[in-house]
Design a protein around this ligand. Structure first.
Ligand code: GRF
Length: 226
């Protein structure tokens, strides 16, 4: 289903996050600065103690914490989570460090309206430990990707990427720290393009201004995508 706005011109966004929430914070900050015309209507988490929830509370955003252990199955948890998220009527769901594989049935109605940020140049290094794996492979560059989500782990059509050089002496932590700055910029830029109605997933292909992308968009130094 394509992203639809309600009567309000402001895109309603729900964010799912399991941890620190720095990507969420980047969205909040951009929204407050007036550079991201969205309304963050809900922040939901599978961890009641997630700092992301505290960031949301501090920003006056509704929060939801559900414990997967109180559900009989992944499918049951995801069905309830997505039903509750739907109750807030988001037009877009952003997975910002949401560390769970999603049940395909719960996800299906949201395909085209849900994006994820992942700390690698996908399709390289799906899953965990992306920084260590890039270093071990001797990669000259590393990066981050935003993609529309489908049932495949860190799969789904790529929207945009940002690259950084791997430097001599880099450790996984140093690389992660430098990349995080670009993650924040990339995520804000991608959500802004979706909010502006420029980027959408149509017939399983990411289109910008109606034209299918031949390759993921790239983050430029000025924060725009090209
Ligand atoms: C980020 O590196 C994101 O790409 C990955 O998990 C991390 C979340 O960081 N999926 P934060 O919670 O947004 O600070």
């Amino acid at each position: 289903m394509p992203i639809a706005r309600r009567s309000s011109p402001i895109l309603r966004v729900a964010v799912l996050a399991s941890g620190r929430g720095s990507n969420l914070q980047a969205l909040i900050d951009a929204q407050r600065a007036g550079t991201l015309p969205v309304e963050i209507v809900l922040v939901a988490s599978d961890k009641a103690q997630a700092p992301a929830l505290r960031r949301a509370e501090d920003a006056g955003i509704a929060t939801l914490a559900l414990d997967p252990k109180s559900y009989a199955s992944r499918a049951a948890f995801d069905a309830d989570l997505f039903a509750r998220v739907a109750g807030h009527e988001p037009a877009l769901i952003v997975l910002a460090g949401f560390m769970r594989i999603l049940d395909p049935t719960a996800l299906a109605p949201w395909v085209g309206r849900i994006v994820n940020i992942h700390p690698s140049l996908l399709p390289k290094y799906r899953g965990l430990h992306t920084h260590r794996r890039a270093l071990e492979a001797g990669d000259a560059t590393h990066g981050t990707s935003v993609h529309f989500v489908d049932a495949e782990l860190d799969g789904g059509p790529l929207l945009a990427q940002a690259e950084i050089p791997v430097l001599a002496g880099d450790t996984p932590d140093l690389l992660a720290e430098r990349l995080l700055v670009q993650e924040h910029r990339l995520l804000v830029a991608c959500v802004a393009e979706i909010a502006a109605g420029r980027v959408a997933l149509v017939d399983s292909r990411v289109r910008r201004d109606g034209v299918p992308l031949g390759a993921p968009l790239r983050l430029r130094a000025d924060g725009s995508l090209a």
